[in-house]
Design a protein around this ligand. Structure first.
Ligand code: PLP
Length: 457
């Protein structure tokens, strides 16, 4: 084929399907797509590939290009992996109330930094602070973009140019490039390592304290566990030492478990999770954690603790670089309000997932198996996990839908589910596709059932 066989862009623009696209998407985008499609035609190997008429091929291809270019890249997916706080799938889903609150402030203006009583300038810090203090017993709170930023900010505000004492057993990498020694270096604080990988005592911290010391750092080694010959001081003992030298103790707690009592109790998987309340009670002066892990809110970093230290954190120039936006404040405040009322707490998806009973999951799985009426489906015991670097090895007993087929491999079925709209993300274990409905919104159960039937066809 030569270029002469290819119609001009003007001729292509007159094709009805293309004219429609021009009306909807504008001429510039469409012309660009037509050029891309025409080039693709030219690049076809000679012979069968480009033997037909170029115009219909180019038009169809240009429409594909336009649809692809205008489709959002970020899409909702159904998480059937059973990992509650799935970092790759966007961590905590928000409560309906949090979504409404965020949408309300997104739509227009709000009193983010405005005192409605006096008509004067205000501070964004006031939103959520009262609730966070009520829920944790802290004196003050600060919100940042995420917990990595919160940790960076505290180290910079209270530790820059001086030494921060931390245990070698806690110099962890959380994932996504968050390494405690690197964050420390970026903050301008000098890391003073004490103890060993498996054992650190209070006396190790004590021996490292000098006039250069700014604070003691404690990090929750959230995503791994050292077993065997280990020792880690209790937080109260460490706080006692810090306060003896008039130094603050800062704890990066990560998962943000409030540890509030709940009727019927929390699953065992969460039992060992250190709580913000316990940390503050034990004497930590500042505690930082994520908004979108076990708190079940929007992505945010939350720092709670002593008011005098918080003032220094707020005044640091980095505060401006890591501050959160109005939607985050709104969603976080709504989530905290749900935490405050025990009866409303299950409105928070993470809480609902933590508390959903085996009976309920089994019943949902049964409905799914029945609607698809496929003999290859069975319900088996398994475990959901918390994920997001929280509660390592945490296992919450669950009931899984196991899918096997004589005609399609597990990876083919998994890929079919992933090609659905919205895509369904599942896991494969021993040649079976496993669906854990704990992390699936019950409203999506019927869609999942239909998708499974399609995947087996
Ligand atoms: C998750 C985690 C972080 C990072 O929090 P982000 O909100 O993802 O920035 C930092 N420290 C610990 C201990 C964590 O578990």
């Amino acid at each position: 084929m030569t270029a002469r066989n290819i119609p001009s862009i003007d001729a292509l623009l007159r094709q009805p399907a293309i004219a429609q696209k021009v009306a909807a998407d504008g001429r510039t985008l469409v012309v660009e797509a037509l050029r891309t499609a025409a080039n693709a035609w030219r690049a076809l190997p000679p012979g069968d590939g480009n033997a037909g008429e170029p115009a219909p091929w180019i038009v169809a291809r240009a429409i594909d290009v336009l649809d692809g270019a205008l489709a959002p890249s970020l899409r909702r997916v159904i998480n059937a992996t059973g990992v509650l706080i799935h970092t790759n799938l966007g961590r905590a889903p928000l409560a309906r109330q949090a979504i409404t609150a965020a949408a309300d402030v997104a739509r227009g203006y709000c009193n983010l930094e405005y005192e409605l009583d006096t008509g004067t300038r205000g501070h964004r810090h006031v939103h959520t602070e009262r609730l966070l203090c009520a829920l944790t017993g802290a004196e003050a709170a600060v919100i940042t973009n995420n917990n990595a930023a919160a940790t960076w900010l505290v180290l910079a505000a209270l530790g820059a140019g001086r030494e921060v004492v931390a245990s070698r057993g806690e110099l962890v990498e959380i994932g996504g490039g968050f390494r405690v020694p690197d964050i420390m270096a970026q903050s301008g604080a000098v890391l003073r390592e004490v103890g060993t990988t498996n054992r650190t005592r209070v006396s190790d911290y004590g021996a490292a304290i000098s006039e250069r010391t700014a604070m003691l750092l404690r990090v929750h080694p959230a995503n791994f566990r050292i077993e065997g010959f280990t020792e880690r001081p209790g937080l109260a003992a460490l706080a006692g030492l810090a306060h003896q030298f008039h130094l603050p103790l800062f704890e990066d707690l990560g998962s943000g478990w409030l540890g509030l009592p709940q009727e019927g109790g929390w699953p065992d998987a969460i039992r060992d999770e250190p709580s913000i309340l316990d940390s503050l009670k034990a004497g930590a002066d500042l505690v930082a954690f994520s908004g979108d892990k076990l708190l079940g809110g929007p992505q945010a970093g939350i720092i709670v603790g002593r008011r005098d230290l918080m003032e220094r954190v707020r005044r640091h120039p980095l505060m401006r670089a890591v501050r959160a936006d109005k939607q985050t404040y709104a969603a976080l405040e709504a989530t905290l309000m749900l935490w405050q009322r025990e009866a409303a707490r299950t409105e928070i998806p993470v809480v609902r997932m933590l508390l959903e009973s085996l009976e309920s999951l089994d019943a949902r799985a049964r409905v799914l198996v029945k609607t698809t009426s496929e003999v290859v489906l069975e319900i088996v015991d398994g475990n959901s996990t918390i994920g997001g670097g929280s509660a390592p090895q945490s296992a919450i007993p669950t009931r899984l839908v196991s899918i096997r087929s004589g005609s399609r491999s597990a990876s083919e079925i998994e890929a079919s589910l992933r090609a659905e709209d919205p895509p369904i993300v599942a896991r494969i274990h021993h040649d079976a596709v496993l669906l854990d409905l704990r992390t699936v919104d019950a409203e999506d159960d019927a869609f999942v059932a239909k998708a499974v039937a399609r995947a087996l066809r």
